[in-house]
Each structure stands twice: as C-alpha cells, then as structure tokens.
Design a protein around this ligand. Sequence first.
Ligand SMILES: C[S@@+](CC[C@H](N)C(=O)[O-])C[C@H]1O[C@@H](n2cnc3c(N)ncnc32)[C@H](O)[C@@H]1O
Length: 223
Amino acid sequence: MGAMASEHEQQRTDHGQRHVGHRRRGHGNEFEGFLGLLGGLTMAFGRGRSARLVAELAEVGPGDRVVDVGCGPGRFLREAAERGATAVGVDPSAQMRRLAVRRIPAALRPAITVTEGTAERLPLGDGSATVAWAVASYHHWDDPAAGLAEVHRVLEPGGRLLVAEGLARPRRWFQHHALTWDAAEDLAANARQAGFADVTATRHSVGRRQFVVVAGRRPADPS
Ligand SMILES: C[S@@+](CC[C@H](N)C(=O)[O-])C[C@H]1O[C@@H](n2cnc3c(N)ncnc32)[C@H](O)[C@@H]1O
C-alpha cells in the first residue's frame, strides 16, 4: 500500500484496480442534464496549464492525429488543434459533446471533430491516431482493460498513449475522481499488459493540484 492513501480509503475493483472512493463510476447520468452542464462548465475554464502540460508530455505538434478519450467540454481538443494537430473527441455524454462543439473557436473547427463513443468502443479505425489521451476520464471507464485494448487498436505503431488523472490525497472528499499512486501503478501494469511499451507513471504539479500521468507507446510493428 502506497504512502499516498490509507488502507481503508482504497479498494480493489472487479478489474483488480486500486483506487480511492466508493466505486468506479460509469457514464450514467453524471455528465447529462443540468448537473452535467454545471460540471462541464467547471471543466471548461481554467484548465489551460493542465492542457499545456498534457500536450507537451504527449509532444503534440503539426501532423499529429489526436484522440481525446472522454473529451468532456473539449479544452484539451483545443490545445491539440492550436498546436497544429487534428483532434477527435470521443465522449458518451450528449451534454459534454454539445458543450465541446459549442466551445470550439471558429478558426479551429476544421481541425476538431466530436463524436459519440466510449473508451471501450471507440468509433475509429485501426491505426488512425498518432496520439491518444484520456484526461480525468480513465476512472470513469467501465472496463479499463477493454478501453486500453481499444486505445492500442486505434493508435498507429509508434503512437503515444497518455492517461492523466488527479493524484488522490488521503481524506479529501473528492477522492473518487482521482487515482492513488498505487492505482496509477496498476494502470501502468495494465497498459503493459495491453501491449504498450516504455510505460511510465510520473507525478506532476499544476498550481496546487497534483497529477499522475501514465504514458506509453504502441510498439512499432516488427519489420
Ligand atoms: C471528469 S470528465 C473529464 C473531461 C475532460 N477530459 C476534461 O478533463 O476536461 C470525464 C469525462 O469522461 C466521460 N466518460 C464517462 N465514461 C466514459 C467511458 N466509458 N469512456 C470514455 N469517456 C467516458 C464523461 O462523459 C466525461 O465527459
């Protein structure tokens, strides 16, 4: 058990994942309706530093094709497009997709698509992306192993994976929306099992918030 959370705050889910809180949260109604709108607006503003950190860690630039898994209101899509990439946002919530589409600046519209889907069923072709990231969405996936397998499928050989989550701290009330360090290590192990190479788990600070980032890449096909 890691130093970041006490034992009673951690649980193993059906997927053998350690995380904090009551249960893995699916995409039920949490991101729909009025509450979804409020949550989406909260996520839409003040995320510039986080978006820059994610894009820099993923080394996104012109020519990249980015998939944002669980794009929410789309702040991270904008960051990818501003760096010259094209970006597809996938989200199961109609409310989030509406917000994301509304918030795309006109100049970036040709570079950004927002579409319905889940991590477990990405509506994208094999090898169609150079980068796949999931920011604060992984802890909502119903089936993390299936989601990682899907991300692996849609990345081209050599493509980069990046999963960013808040780092859970003991006895904070919002902990079910964050991963403990142990859970991040489980995620890294699952990513290796899904076929990713060079998998790392690292901690980052943005202001007073701490993040854990699990990164890896789909290995190049053997020649
Ligand atoms: C906390 S929000 C984060 C949104 C966005 N990535 C951001 O950081 O601004 C989590 C998002 O994950 C989406 N989500 C829930 N279940 C999902 C799943 N199984 N696959 C992909 N996304 C999912 C939700 O609809 C929601 O938009």
